[in-house]
Design a protein around this ligand. Sequence first.
Ligand code: FE2
Length: 131
Amino acid sequence: MKIADIIQSADWKAEKHVPVIDAPEAVKAGEKVTVEVCVGKEIPHPNTTEHNIRWIKLYFKPDNGKFPYEVACFEFNVHGESTEGPNKGPVYTEPFGKAVLKLSTSGTFLATAYCNIHGLWESNKVIKVEE
Ligand code: FE2
């Protein structure tokens, strides 16, 4: 058994768990790039005490390298918990994160997301870096 055997993927427009990576198609080397990740862009994912997205991680794998780099890790730690009971609390974190970075080489962003009851999901997006 490997992580690759249990991590799921699909078209994010049809499957609410798939992390969506919003990044430009191409950027200039050394220029600041804003990358957003979220779950539920097309079909909202539930955000309740019982069922929620716990985290999204964003990686970058350069075309000319073997290893991925972890760019950012977003944890979503409150989902309506309260002393009054589940879903009675005042705060629900949305599964959204934004990172700003600079690149020197083309590669692929990869995102993983974790739903507390539907497991691990992944997606990717290629970005071209022009000299
Ligand atoms: Fe779920």
